[in-house]
Design a protein around this ligand. Structure first.
Ligand SMILES: [Zn+2]
Length: 71
């Protein structure tokens, strides 16, 4: 499998007649026709919406419940 920063990839979605293309910008697109998928890939960034940056898995720590409250 190719690796790099400008790699475009088209994979078949098993169990379907669909192909999924993944652009080097991180956008994905599903199409039935390879030609349509390549057109979409090569038109980057038109119509491409890169995936959102990953959300931190760990939430910010809340203040401990045992913190004494001044009277
Ligand atoms: Zn793209």
């Amino acid at each position: 499998m190719l690796r790099g920063t400008r790699v475009m990839r088209i994979v078949w979605l098993p169990g379907s007649d669909l192909l999924e293309g993944e652009c080097h910008c991180g956008a994905r697109h599903v199409a039935e026709e390879p030609a349509a998928l390549w057109e979409w890939l090569l038109a980057c960034p038109d119509g491409h919406h890169p995936a959102d940056p990953p959300v931190p898995a760990v939430p910010l720590p809340a203040a401990p419940a045992s913190t004494p409250v001044p009277a």
